[in-house]
Design a protein around this ligand. Structure first.
Ligand code: GLN
Length: 192
């Protein structure tokens, strides 16, 4: 099993290292052909308008959508979450539109730019997850078919819808690989 990490811009290296720390091979994806080698994909944080533009320039938008339709699990973090959303508030930027969520970019920005928090995430067990938020979006609305995995101050920050997983925060920037292992389990289930 190999996991692709979209490597156009942003924190892709950290995701690759995290996947490798779980004992799984990671492939940096920059062109559609690389997707043929992988069974799951991570879309990292960074700048969502840039990632979206490059994705379209390289034909990765259509390639990712085709694989998503065929059941490939995708995990988006921060800007990656924005890329998965059906609606980005107040913006006409490109997104893949795979998850029935409406996101607000830079939503925590007016309060604090970046912060860390011990976030309770029940699906990971009792121990909270140290969540790093960097100019993070939050999920303003989620359709009833979207599972809410964590909230911070009543704002939705971690969700799953079928084979798609998305977090507002950056799980690749901590030493805790539980969320990456959770995603790897989704990929194992999809492959079997
Ligand atoms: N603010 C960024 C955006 O809207 C996301 C920040 C991040 O990925 N850390 O694209």
């Amino acid at each position: 099993m190999k996991i692709g990490v979209l490597a156009l811009q942003g924190a892709f290296r950290e995701h690759r290292l995290m996947i490798e720390s779980c004992g799984t091979e990671a492939v940096e994806v920059r062109k559609p052909a690389s997707l043929d080698q992988v069974q799951g994909l991570i879309i990292p944080g960074g700048e969502s308008t840039t990632i979206g533009k490059l994705m379209c320039d390289f034909g990765l938008d259509q390639a990712i959508l085709q694989r998503a339709e065929a059941g490939m699990p995708i995990f988006g973090t921060c800007a990656g979450l924005i890329m998965l959303a059906k609606t980005v508030r107040g913006s006409n930027q490109f997104s893949l539109g795979l998850m029935d969520i409406e996101v607000e970019r830079n939503a925590f920005g007016r309060q604090v730019d970046s912060f860390e928090f011990d976030l309770p995430v029940p699906v990971l067990g009792y121990k909270p997850f140290r969540a790093v938020f960097i100019r993070a979006p939050w999920i303003e609305k989620a359709a009833p078919n979207v599972g809410i995995l964590a909230q911070y101050n009543e704002k939705i920050v971690f969700v799953r819808q079928g084979n798609f997983l998305a977090s507002s925060f950056h799980p690749e920037l901590t030493g805790d690989n539980r969320i990456h292992r959770y995603f790897l389990n989704m990929v194992k289930e999809a492959v079997n």
